[in-house]
Write a protein that binds this ligand. Structure first.
Ligand code: ATP
Length: 200
């Protein structure tokens, strides 16, 4: 396994904007959200187990997992949540390692909103937090998703705090300016990671 940088941040902090720019600089990106979806695609063993456990109602008309319904079912049901996590976490872990092993760039970027919460920072040589002031997170997410402020604030309140993430991350990019500012900060971090990856 080569050098791995784990990238994380709260809702609307700019993870995608930042990782897209790393990708344009030639860095292979592995996205935890995409992998989490792939392990429960139609035809997978995991999806069969979920349907066995929760019933057919957990599927949408097209046979794909109704993720919102599943979230509802495990929300405030610790036993169900644990069951689901015990099923999915090892599968997601394996698929992530597999995807990272297939990367070819001087270092690989692993993007995960739950990098610290999932323990996946353990597979990273370095962790990078995309950090934005709460007001910016709120406004950008409202515009992007066309969601009311209350809903975005509730999600922000349920997530790990900025302070906790700041304390855990090796590196922090403060996304408090324009997209162009963010790109410049990503480029500076990219130069550091090339050096670190070369030395390791
Ligand atoms: P989520 O966790 O919700 O998926 P995210 O961390 O991936 O969010 P992005 O989707 O990258 O966040 O950013 C949220 C929105 O804010 C997007 O529409 C993005 O284009 C915009 N955005 C990000 N950074 C900036 C910036 N510095 N200036 C202006 N807009 C920005």
């Amino acid at each position: 396994m080569g050098f791995i940088v784990g990238l994380t941040g709260g809702i609307g902090s700019g993870k995608t904007a930042a990782s897209d720019h790393f990708a344009t600089l030639g860095i292979d990106v592995v996205d935890a959200d995409i992998i989490a979806r792939q392990v429960v695609e139609p035809g997978t063993e995991a999806l069969s187990r979920i349907v066995e456990h929760f019933g057919k109602d957990i599927l949408q008309a097209d046979g794909t997992l109704d993720r919102a319904a599943l979230r509802q079912r495990v929300f405030s049901q610790p036993d169900e949540k644990r069951w689901l996590e015990q099923l999915l976490h090892p599968l997601i872990g394996d698929a992530t390692l597999h995807a990272l092993a297939a990367t070819k760039s001087p270092y690989a970027l692993f993007v995960s909103p739950l990098l610290f919460e999932s323990g996946m920072q353990a597979i990273c040589n370095r962790t990078l937090l995309i950090d934005a002031p709460e007001q910016a997170q709120l406004e950008r997410t409202m515009v992007r998703d066309n969601n009311p402020a209350g809903q975005v604030k509730a999600i922000m309140a349920s997530q790990t705090s900025r302070e906790t993430r700041q304390a855990k991350a090796d590196d922090v990019i403060c996304n408090d300016g324009s997209l162009q500012d963010l790109h410049h900060k990503v480029e500076a971090m990219h130069a550091r990671y090339l050096t670190l990856a070369g030395a390791s």
